[in-house]
Design a protein around this ligand. Structure first.
Ligand code: IPE
Ligand code: IPE
Ligand code: MG
Length: 245
């Protein structure tokens, strides 16, 4: 039986988040410049997005550029921003064909104007789509997000719009970039690194973690299905005992 048909519909993760890592090492391994690794990595994105939509994953979030990635060499940052613009232009068709809505999280104002414009354009053109929400984390850092949340809530308290006693988990959630997304069920990181790198710290509180040595440009739907099948064999207890479930 093929992998896809082994996936149980009723235990499908509602929100998959992926740290797409290893483009640079993929390029090095094949004797190419890092830019080629990023290009190859952007091709891998399409297969995974389409596969998630096909098996009815409602929310997929991809870590494409972190707040810390601004510290990379200027040329690499420029390459990544150009690749973002060209991918958005090219992939709008994939999004429309698969009924996918585009969403973005992060400090989007820090992106180059051209990238912001293209992003907003694709978000607006796909806003009616229903099958899956694809969220790109761009210039995203969880600490920046949490700091922004604290600033916004403090301002509300200062202006007497709310009392400190009104601050609960729901309110914090409402101020996060991810306020329209459910918690992450399955977090996948490629390339062998086992760290979170400032991604969705609040939202992964009870996520199942899946690490693979596969470099992002080599990550295919076969790897995705393996991660989902493995997820489906785990017992998520959320603090309870096994007997209580
Ligand atoms: C992931 O690949 C892409 C981004 C972080 C933008 P890397 O560029 O981090 O690849 P490695 O980790 O150097 O192999
Ligand atoms: C995490 O990868 C960010 C993205 C995949 C966009 P990095 O390659 O930047 O992470 P570190 O620096 O190795 O932790
Ligand atoms: Mg990396």
């Amino acid at each position: 039986m093929d992998l896809q048909s082994q996936i149980e519909d009723k235990k499908l993760p509602q929100h998959i988040a992926i740290i797409m890592d290893g483009n640079g090492r993929w390029a090095k391994k094949h004797g190419y410049l890092r830019a080629i690794g990023h290009k190859k990595g952007s091709k891998a994105v399409r297969e995974i997005v389409e596969a998630c939509a096909k098996i009815n994953i409602p929310f997929l979030t991809l870590y494409a550029f972190s707040t810390e990635n601004w510290n990379r060499p200027k040329l690499e940052v420029e390459t990544l921003m150009k690749l973002l613009v060209s991918s958005l232009k090219k992939e709008i068709k994939t999004l429309q064909d698969n009924d996918i809505k585009l969403n973005a999280i992060g400090n989007l104002e820090s992106l180059p104007k051209k990238a912001q414009k293209e992003l907003l354009d694709v978000i607006s053109k796909t806003k009616q789509n229903k099958r899956m929400t694809l969220t790109l984390a761009l210039s995203y850092g969880a600490r920046e997000e949490i700091t922004k949340t604290i600033r916004e809530i403090s301002l509300k308290v200062k202006n007497n719009l709310i009392s400190p006693l009104d601050i609960d988990e729901r309110l914090v959630n409402e101020h996060l970039y991810t306020n329209n997304l459910p918690d992450v069920d399955l977090l996948i990181r490629t390339s062998g690194e086992q760290r979170i790198s400032n991604f969705l710290l609040w939202q992964i509180a009870y996520a199942e973690l899946s690490f693979t040595d596969t470099l992002w440009p080599d990550f295919t739907k076969k790897h995705l299905f393996e991660a989902i099948l493995n997820y489906q064999n785990r017992e998520r207890r959320f603090g309870k005992t096994s007997e209580q479930l």
